[in-house]
Design a binder for this molecule. Structure first.
Ligand code: HEC
Ligand code: HEC
Length: 245
């Protein structure tokens, strides 16, 4: 937690020294938190815990914990928003520790290339605007207690069951909710993550999806605490049908 305060100070200094470019502190306050929430779930949730978004990613720091201290230290929402905005723009992509870093903005928020065949997957109309919206959303909720959810150490079992059209679990909704797309390409889901293999290319069997989602492997977390075996089977069916295996 102390690390964040240090990081903030450095970040603010960098922003000030760089003349800010498009990422000025003066921009804090712009950004639409309501549009930022679904973007956060899709683009950031696979690596970060944030109770309000019900995301459980473990690769990056828990953002509720990270900003709880900042709030206690009296940092205002606009400052937190600037810190998040700066982090999206200038993440540590390859930490010296060798652990996985945070991808840069062109990976997380590629801009759509209107009318072109090779449209980046999961692309956004305007990268700056998407980043502002996400930053506004995170600043509005991180480190605040949410109704019914603890601010940290959130109980993953508490996620709402996703029910599909047929009455069984909805694999597509679970894929989105679990943040699979933050780490995997799956064109049918508009997912463009590149931490794990492209599911369109690897076309995993149902058994392999169930195995990985249940147990995890390497940088892929286990989802056994978050989803029931039925829900995991549903997401596996979804991946298999979406990749046209
Ligand atoms: C592939 C995993 C990954 C994704 C996706 C990701 N992050 Fe991160 N994030 C990290 C890692 C690892 C760190 C710690 C290293 C660093 O500071 O850059 C981090 C650090 C942060 C921090 C600083 C927290 C602190 O305690 O200093 C913030 C804020 C943040 N991320 C926000 C976001 C937002 C917003 C998104 C979505 C646009 C996002 N992250 C997407 C992995 C990720
Ligand atoms: C934080 C990143 C991350 C998240 C979130 C994530 N995965 Fe993965 N996934 C990986 C990585 C990395 C691998 C490669 C593991 C290895 O082989 O070492 C992987 C492997 C896989 C594989 C095996 C692919 C192959 O061909 O070997 C499948 C299937 C898979 N993931 C499905 C999912 C599904 C479904 C979800 C959501 C419930 C999900 N993943 C969430 C990172 C992630």
């Amino acid at each position: 937690m102390r690390g964040l305060v240090g990081a903030c100070a450095i970040l603010l200094a960098v922003l000030a020294a760089s003349g800010c470019g498009t990422v000025g502190l003066s921009e804090a306050g712009d950004g639409n938190a309501a549009s930022g929430k679904p973007l956060f779930t899709q683009k950031c949730g696979s690596c970060h815990v944030l109770a309000d978004a019900d995301t459980q990613g473990q690769i990056g720091p828990n953002l509720d914990d990270a900003f709880l201290q900042s709030r206690a230290d009296g940092l205002g929402e606009s400052t937190i928003q600037s810190v998040v905005r700066g982090q999206i723009e200038y993440p540590v992509q390859e930490p010296s520790t060798g652990s996985p870093g945070m991808p840069g903005p062109d990976t997380l928020l590629p801009e759509c290339t209107e009318g072109r065949e090779d449209e980046p997957r999961g692309c956004v109309a305007d990268q700056d605007e998407a980043a502002e919206d996400i930053a506004a959303y995170v600043a509005s909720v991180a480190g605040k207690p949410t109704a019914g959810a603890p601010a940290s150490g959130a109980d993953p079992g508490g996620s709402t069951p996703k029910v599909g059209a047929g009455g069984g679990p909805d694999g597509e909704a679970i894929f989105a909710d679990a943040g699979c797309g933050g780490c995997h390409v799956l064109e049918a889901a508009g997912a463009s993550g590149n931490v794990g293999p492209s599911l369109d290319e690897s076309k995993p069997s149902k058994e392999l999806v169930i195995e990985r989602v249940t147990k995890g492997l390497g940088a892929m977390p286990s989802f056994a605490d978050s989803y029931s075996p039925d829900e995991i089977a549903a997401v596996a069916d979804y991946v298999v049908s979406a990749t046209g295996r």
